[in-house]
Design a protein around this ligand. Structure first.
Ligand code: DC
Length: 455
């Protein structure tokens, strides 16, 4: 690993915090990324994490005063600090931002060091210099990283690097030189970041609380919009999307193919034991479901499989096996799980529980359109009847029936667009995980108070 370029595999957005002094603790060593607005911070973070769009720029210098936390292979946390200045920003404002960030850097115990980004075309500004001094005074490591190297001709780079290094008091060889456009400097920057973490960190302190599973539970009846909303929410957060209905569908399909009676618990238990289920994502973002290695993503969506799934999902051994698997997935990495019993049974301590509903007419219509798109013939009246019957069966069954967790946020999606619902949920996740909701204000006085973490 030492000689190879580090490539993080499991990166995800953990949470955003509206105020530097109220950011929740994490259980990993942290490295912050800082720099003036427009220095290329979001694009460098995305480049380092190997994920497009995970860190997002506000598009408006100085408009984002939020801190965003990203987990990297459960090894360290990268903290995206707000940009602290932009051309013609009033000094008074820049000073207040710098002070807020300085309090964070000084007070944050888990913080090992700061990556300071500097644009190759500019001489470091007085605030860049003040920032570098503050980091050293706070006894944190400083990793100066020069961005946008492609913007100056190769021959001019040594001169620019010498000027930048002198201005912030380091040797030119201490600078990492990057260009996201030319995919330059990732390995070197990671080496510097890992050295900060490994040099000072060691294992997590004994007695620290085990991290809480970062899970959003999305429950509700079929056709309420769970899959669309959960997929989109997971995409926005950079979390995994786990469609638990697809698991029950796969088991129903396999049991049916094997001719197993759908109420034969012993046989169903054996089916679950001998089944390898894998949920993956295709390059286009759609869900791929592999049943013993076979791609059944399409087959499990057939109308007749809904009935099979509903029947096997009422059986205790099937629920026990699926629940265990779902817990493993949710504990392994931050996830949005959708189903019927996620907030009540699988993750009763989910950071956010959402119960999606919609009128049964609208739900039946959505299912009809879905089936039509796949070329299945649809009898709308029959479909509505089937849907009501399945709702009833899912709600009255003895094991983990469909019901609303008392602390779930109920969202009726009738007549509401996906984007609107997802936007609301992103805000709720940010609040529930302890960060403030993203703010659009450049004025720190306008940042929102944090909501208490839901227990
Ligand atoms: O969400 P869906 O239509 O793909 O779910 C298929 C069936 O599986 C549905 O009848 C309910 C059941 N199910 C369940 O009982 N528990 C879950 N967590 C998810 C789905």
């Amino acid at each position: 690993m030492r000689n190879e370029e580090f490539r993080p595999e499991r990166c995800c957005f953990l949470f955003g915090a509206g105020r530097a002094d109220r950011a929740p603790e994490t259980s990993l060593p942290e490295v912050a990324v800082a720099g003036r607005s427009n220095v290329g911070k979001s694009s460098l973070i995305n480049f380092l994490l190997g994920r497009r769009g995970l860190a997002r720029t506000s598009g408006m210098p100085g408009r984002t005063q939020e801190l965003n936390f990203f987990s990297v292979d459960e090894r360290l946390v990268l903290v995206d600090l707000p940009g602290y200045g932009y051309a013609r920003a009033p000094w008074e404002e820049v000073r207040r931002w710098l002070e807020a960030i300085a309090r964070f850097v000084r007070g944050r115990e888990a913080l090992r060091g700061v990556v300071l980004l500097l644009d190759i075309r500019r001489d470091p500004s007085p605030e860049d210099q003040a920032f570098a001094r503050m980091v050293r005074d706070a006894e944190r490591l400083l990793l100066p990283v020069v961005t946008k190297a492609d913007k100056v001709a190769r021959g001019q780079r040594p001169g620019r690097l010498a000027a930048i290094a002198a201005a912030i008091g380091v040797a030119p060889t201490e600078l990492r030189v990057t260009s996201t456009k030319d995919r330059l400097g990732r390995g070197e920057t990671w080496k510097g970041i890992l050295a900060m973490v490994e040099g000072a960190a060691g294992p997590a302190p004994v007695g620290s609380a085990p991290p809480r599973a970062l899970v959003v539970a999305v429950d509700g009846p079929s056709g309420a919009g769970k899959s669309t909303v959960a997929r989109s929410l997971a995409g926005r957060l950079g979390w995994n999307h786990v469609d638990t209905g697809a698991m029950y569908r796969s088991i129903g399909l396999k049991a049916d193919r094997l001719g197993v009676a759908l109420d034969d618990d012993a046989a169903l238990e054996a089916v679950c034991r001998e089944t390898r289920l894998e949920l993956g994502r295709r390059p286009d973002g759609t869900l791929a479901v592999l049943l013993d290695g076979e791609d059944v993503s399409e087959a499990i969506r057939e109308h007749r499989v809904s009935e099979l799934a509903s029947r096997v999902s009422a059986r205790a051994p099937v629920r026990a096996a699926m629940t265990g698997y779902q817990r493993e997935l949710g504990l392994a990495s931050p996830s949005v799980l959708e189903g019927r019993d996620i907030g009540t049974v699988v993750f009763p301590d989910a950071v956010l529980k959402v119960y999606l509903t919609a009128s049964d007419l609208e739900r039946a219509e959505r299912r009809a359109r879905e089936l039509e798109l796949r070329g299945e013939p649809v009898d709308r009246e029959q479909l509505l009847g089937d849907l009501r019957e399945r709702d009833r069966a899912d709600s009255v069954r003895a094991h983990a029936p469909l019901r609303q967790a008392p602390d779930a946020v109920v969202v009726d999606t009738t007549g509401r667009g996906v984007d609107e619902v997802v936007e609301l949920l992103v805000q709720l996740v940010h609040e529930a995980v302890g960060g403030g909701a993203p703010t659009t204000a450049g004025d720190p006085a306008a940042v929102r108070e944090l909501s208490p973490v839901r227990k």
